[in-house]
Design a protein around this ligand. Sequence first.
Ligand code: AMP
Ligand code: MG
Length: 655
Amino acid sequence: MAAATTTTTSGSSPLEKGTTLRDLPKSWHFTSSLPPDPLFPTPADSHKTPRDEIGPRQVRNALFSWVRPETQKDPELLAVSPTALRDLGLALSEAETDDFKQMAAGNKIFGWDEETLSGEGYPWAQCYGGFQFGDWAGQLGDGRAISLFEAKNPQTGVQYEVQLKGAGLTPYSRFADGKAVLRSSIREFVVSEALNALRIPTTRAVALTLLPHSRVRRETMEPGAIVVRMAQSWLRFGNFDLLRARGDRENMRRLATYIAEDVFGGWEKLPGRLDDPDKPTNSLEPKRGVSEKEIQGPEGTEENRFTRLYREIVRRNAATVAKWQAYGFMNGVLNTDNTSILGLSIDFGPFAFMDNFDPAYTPNHDDHFLRYSYRNQPTIIWWNLVRLAEALGELMGAGASVDDPTFITSGVVSEDAAIPLIARAETLITQAGEEYKAVFLTEYKQLMTARLGLRVFRESDFDTLFSTLLDTLEALSLDFNLFFRRISALRIADIATDEARAAAATRFFYKEGLTITSTPAEEAAARERLGEWLALWRARVVADWGTLTDWGTGPASSPVSAAAEDARIAAMKAVNPNFVPRGWILDEVIRRVEKEGERDVLKRVMHLALHPFEDSWAGREFEDGVVYEGDAEEELRWTADVPRTARAMQCSCSS
Ligand code: AMP
Ligand code: MG
């Protein structure tokens, strides 16, 4: 049915600029900075142990266990993300090599010599815990993810930790099998790269491998797979939760210090105090690069370096959840073990992009209380941040005494000392809550302003434009992301009158009409309602773009010049994706790969995910000098209305 994807290289592509996997500079900072599982203190201890004897157990006083991936027979590399390879620093052609294919299946370990049982590094699985659906769940950890190495891109200097998901049992597998099914692996592979292309912070996916001999029991028997994924850090709130639950103060401090120094690049990169007199007024962005001594914070708070670390984590997560809200993305399982220290979207299970706008929607079939629904995401991330604050509270509340030798070894020993510590921690957490709200709102307003094609945000826009739009989309069950793409191309001149606006409103309806049962009167009322909103939007576009004198003159009838209109449309298309990987598209891709043996469809869905803002893809040359053949029919289908029976689908957690 679909045309084959063939690409022709014209000239030398930037995707070929990278290095080989072998030459990629690798490191093992995480494992050399933090304590290993005491049962296998060295890689050799782990390597000498038969693979099937490294099974689930409680691991204490450790941040990780050395554990190698299971060996796989006849792995089939199904697809790669050219963009992730580039960002990692690898040449695209490297994906064709045996080194890469074996690494992606867990069969090749870099940095380790099996003969001499020695080397620079060894694979590992992290130890963490978490609150699941609000309840403390105890030790969790990387139950099926195994990290291989950290690699620094020689060109950009950005370091990623490369990890395999579905690589076999670890000490953290609990009652499960350490495997991942092809279905959920395809979902994670595509959505990671789609989110990144939408500029939403996320962990990345490099490659997808099918394990032909692996049959995995879920609701049915399914094929197994491995995703090679990468992130600047895989640390989660759950790492801190577990240390707190176990009263492990020493590792709490070590881990916090490791994150500040190694993950965030140094204490001086963290935000300085909010009331800094040198900070420009009205700027939410705190000054960075201030030394510890300068940090006092508002009266009595003594913002020490651990508070600044906490605030950095707060700020990053606030910005990310604002992006999820602005793009209608839901993770579906925002437990603290799935909440990233770096504010990355992480651990993709029953995630979804919003179809018809419904704030109460959750993609998680098992989330009966709607804990992780769209509208709850900002509250839940704050809930998770408060759990993190409880873990870091002692270090934050200690203020300027945080480095006193007795505090380091014994903490607060008297009630007299504990009372001010707790009071200070509470004040700091309350302040961080305000900062969370402020960063969230700033980011959200900025994104919505851009998505609606405005040049400046006005305070009145929030209620008049944003809220009324969301209410209207919800009331009329209109598709969230299609709305933004479709309004991008709407010209001001075409919505100048009530009649014209009511007519234009139809373009936001599904092809079958408002609903399949809606009456002509209901349709007319809906057109009128949307038309009224379009009048408000039009006025704002005119206010922002109409007064510009340097755009040349437009048609006499339009208050906005043609050139300004073109610029506005281009700006809107650059932020409003034409392609988002909806549940039904992923289901189709899964079926075609799994049941019909197709392979190229993965390349095509990945290409669209990596270039979401284009009007079309097939037959066009992309920035890397490669002509993309694609499939014009398929891409039209994937960017059109969501089929009626496939809207707002839900899936289970089983993956
Ligand atoms: P999740 O909510 O999917 O991120 O998973 C929660 C915990 O269960 C994590 O510690 C995972 O590593 C673990 N887990 C989930 N599925 C499996 C599996 N098939 N095998 C081993 N561990 C798993
Ligand atoms: Mg998880």
